[in-house]
Design a protein around this ligand. Structure first.
Ligand code: NAP
Ligand code: LUD
Length: 322
């Protein structure tokens, strides 16, 4: 009898402990951004084809990408974006401006795309690769908010910061990160989230998104003291710091969800190109401690592109309804 009572009590204690632990105990699960992005693109392709047949092909979403200069990384990203758009049945326009242009030419290109009814989304690839000084914020804000598929204009980022989600566009990378976090099945509400980085394109909108989901968010940046102490309390950590392999496994709370936005080249003589891509997270030391972790490549990067396509489709649908 005493033995049975003991066993029931210890089972109850074990159950209680499990309830107190908000996250799953399995460690090192990989959040496969490439596979998830591919399934999202497949659904978008179907939706576009259905909308085309319903509207006698009057509906044909079109994404325009402006690239200034010829940075090798931008060439790759822009090529991938245009290819992914075409593959799901979107029209695309690629506008390449030489690095000798000034602000006026960039603004002219944006204004022309703003005017065209056959263009639903406009993306200005950053950073601008220019010889003379051009005000990036000014150019971005020239994009009509309804065509701002990157969600970077002051209007759209202001709406996001204020939690006014109807009609806004969420920046692609943070939207992709949120999608990945949601797919782990974790409860974001009430969790402690740490975002490392506060850029307009990743860190700040990520903070807003997590806060809107009722996480308690701490933002770290280059002047943050005791960053490791902040990270140790985090159930969810999103890193966008442009610092190769900065976050180490022994900084993490066991079972944390780790989302790595970083894309950095580091020298690697064993590779034919002489370098390889790594994130801002030290994957090898973090993987055994995290419950879920994104790899680099094939983590956040492909999600950014899938979310761009989703944003473009959403903008096109709103424009059709107007
Ligand atoms: P960014 O504009 O250079 O901003 C970096 C941020 O990190 C800044 O807020 C900076 O702080 C902070 N930071 C720098 N060093 C730090 C340190 N030692 N400790 C803590 N914080 C530090 O970069 P970004 O455009 O946000 O991009 C971040 C990374 O994500 C890059 O590797 C980029 O290539 C990658 N990225 C990937 C995707 C994708 O689709 N996968 C998309 C966008 C960006 P301060 O504000 O104090 O300067
Ligand atoms: N500017 C972006 N600049 C750079 N990785 C991207 C990106 C795909 N206006 C504007 O697209 O959202 C943007 N809007 N950004 N980025 C970075 C940032 C921008 C980064 C990586 C990838 C887009 C991507 O496909 C692949 C992966 O991680 O698996 C690897 C690609 C490779 O280099 O081999």
């Amino acid at each position: 009898m005493a033995k049975r009572l003991l066993s029931v009590t210890s089972r109850c204690i074990a159950l209680l402990r499990q309830r107190q632990r908000p996250f799953s105990d399995s460690r090192g699960q990989i959040l496969d951004g490439k596979a998830i992005a591919s399934s999202i693109r497949k659904n978008l392709k179907k939706e576009i084809s259905d909308l085309k047949s319903k509207t006698d092909s009057k509906f044909g979403p079109c994404l325009a990408v402006i690239q200034v200069g010829h940075r090798e990384d931008s060439n790759v990203y822009v090529r991938n974006k245009l290819k992914a758009a075409a593959e799901i049945g979107m029209e695309t326009r690629s506008i390449k401006l030489p690095n000798a242009v000034g602000e006026a030419e960039v603004v002219d290109a944006i204004d022309e795309l703003n005017r065209r009814n056959d263009v639903n989304g406009i993306l200005l690839q950053l950073p601008l690769d220019v010889l003379q000084s051009v005000d990036t914020d000014y150019c971005i804000n020239r994009i009509h908010p309804q065509k701002d598929v990157d969600g970077l204009t002051a209007v759209n980022s202001g709406r996001l910061a204020r939690g006014e989600m109807g009609g806004t566009v969420i920046p692609c990378t943070p939207r992709g990160c949120l999608e990945l976090i949601e797919r782990t099945g974790t409860d974001i509400a009430g969790s402690n989230a740490v975002v490392i980085g506060r850029s307009k394109i990743v860190g700040s909108p990520m903070r807003d998104l997590l806060q809107n989901r009722n996480a308690t968010v701490t933002v770290c940046h280059s002047k943050t003291k005791d960053m490791q102490d902040m990270v140790r309390r985090a159930d969810i950590i999103v890193v966008a710091a442009r610092q190769p392999q900065m976050v180490k496994g022994d900084w993490l709370k066991p079972g944390a969800i780790v989302i790595d936005c970083g894309i950095n080249d580091i020298k690697d003589a064993t590779k034919s190109k002489g370098y390889r891509l790594v994130g801002d997270v030290d994957y090898e030391s973090c993987k055994p401690v995290a419950s879920w972790i994104t790899p680099v490549p094939k983590g956040v990067g492909p999600m950014t592109i899938a979310m761009l396509l989703q944003n473009t489709l959403e903008c096109a649908k709103r424009q059709l309804a107007d």
